[in-house]
Structures are given as structure tokens and as C-alpha cells.
Design a protein. Structure first.
Length: 88
């Protein structure tokens, strides 16, 4: 289970398509991960649950978490092999 104490944010995606591709990328690499969606316009602190309708109309950040023990490997894989172009 991912918690504040045993995980770190390794990547932040800014669209549904980008987060889907990053999920595929991490799954293919065999890296266990978790994703949380955060309203980019919400004030800091706890955010309310995001409804499916808001996912389509609000700027949403998708935070990817990995276990601390996997962070360096995940970070290296992302830096060396990941690229995202919004219009591809």
C-alpha cells in the first residue's frame, strides 16, 4: 500500500492521455505505482474528490507515486526513455 511514508512522487502528468501512456510505460517496466488526480486550481492541502465530469473540463495534475526503494530506478527509466508530446 502506498503511503506518505513509503512512496515518492516520480512524475506529474497534465492530461488524461499523458497519464494513460505513463501508466503503460511504468507497467511495461514492471514498476509498481499509484496515481492521484489533483485539481490544479485547488488551494494547497487536502483536495476534494474529483468527479469524472471535472476531469474533462478542469486542469488536472496526475501525480505518479512509486515506492521509495524503486524511486531511483523509476526516475532513471523516465529520464532516459520517456518523452511526451501533446500533439502526437
Amino acid at each position: 500500500m502506498f503511503t506518505f511514508f513509503n512512496s515518492l512522487t516520480v512524475y506529474v502528468a497534465h492530461s488524461l492521455e499523458e497519464q494513460g501512456k505513463m501508466r503503460e510505460f511504468l507497467e511495461e517496466a514492471g514498476i509498481e505505482h499509484s496515481v492521484s488526480a489533483v485539481d490544479a486550481n485547488s488551494p494547497g492541502g487536502l483536495s476534494p474528490v474529483i468527479s469524472p465530469d471535472r476531469l474533462l473540463i478542469q486542469p488536472i495534475d496526475f501525480n505518479f507515486y512509486v515506492y521509495k526503494k524503486d524511486f531511483d530506478r523509476a526516475k532513471s527509466l523516465i529520464q532516459d526513455n520517456w518523452h511526451w508530446n501533446e500533439n502526437t
